[in-house]
Ligand binder design. Sequence first.
Ligand SMILES: O=C([O-])CC(=O)C(=O)O
Ligand SMILES: [Mg+2]
Length: 389
Amino acid sequence: MRIVDIREKTVSIASPIANAYIDFSKMTCSVVAVITDVIRDGKPVIGYGFNSNGRYGQGALMRDRFLARIMEADPETLIDHENNNLDPFAIWKALMTNEKPGGHGERSVAVGTIDMAVWDAIAKIEGKALYRLLADRYRDGVADDKVWVYAAGGYYYPGKDQTKLKAEMQSYLDRGYDVVKMKIGAVPLDEDIRRIEAVLEVVGDGRRLAVDANGRFDLKTGIAYAEAIKKYNLFWYEEVGDPLDYALQAELANHYELPMATGENLFSHQDARNLLRHGGMRPDRDFVQFDCALSYGLVEYMRTLKVMEEMGWSSRRVVPHGGHQMSLNIAAGLHLGGNESYPDVFQPFGGFADGIRVENGYVGLPDIPGVGFEAKSALYAVMRELGEG
Ligand SMILES: O=C([O-])CC(=O)C(=O)O
Ligand SMILES: [Mg+2]
């Protein structure tokens, strides 16, 4: 059993949307295919991955060093003999050969994308949905059969007035979501307050609305927003300041008792641990949003979950960023609190299996081997062209 080829390509996920920090007019994404010599249903097993959104495609790093490390490794050292499968931990170790610690920049995205494709292949070789494999191996066989999801959107874009913002949010409720999320921080506070109040007219209750500042604010602005939004009792107040400014996050907690969320731009278990050590985050109410695709993949994610457990955090406080099927599998298989969803943006990468509806804020997973990409036809068309083309 061996990996015979790994292919990657960069695809566009550009759109005119903007958050408080970036616009997505030139956003790209890497797609990876890990081709094995294992035959299932008469065809070689191919695992697929992609790098979530918000960080650009990582083809250069993959071509420069990561792919060669797997292809040059002795295939025997990459096998999990106990399960007669590929060994994701050994593959991860091979990927990270001669990489210094710290500085978790773009390489964590390159590794996370390859790792996703490796797990997809492993689950296909085992003939199980990935979430079932994870539950069987790591949670005594107990998987969640549905996952809580919230609809993320509410971006800024040219010509988007409050009527359009409200219509967007109403359409999420119509599609079965219970909680929605909108962007804040790209316009002055009073204008954002009018946007928030417009959305509240649609969702009815602050507990059904989260807001995301995408790391835009300094402490003073973060506190000013905190004071202004308190009265709405929002679902959460997300990524207020720079992702690595743990002191800012900790000070904010002194001004905002309601739930906060952050962590989508922390890319390692060491950074996650620093957030929990120094960021003033409260395990009884706050949420963390680490995204496996951006942060060295599921092998590293398990280390992050272990760090959380050691620090008294339930895995149910994790609601990953990214709105992708890999995190959905991790959520169901390893008992996270939920997953983000982008019903409209970042297509075809955002969203879940075709034909599985969101009901009362929960979504199910397809029972097919792997991550489930084959059950999302627009996405699978892109992947298949790379893997089989
Ligand atoms: O706008 C983005 O970069 C995405 C984001 O923060 C989120 O989904 O929470
Ligand atoms: Mg965010």
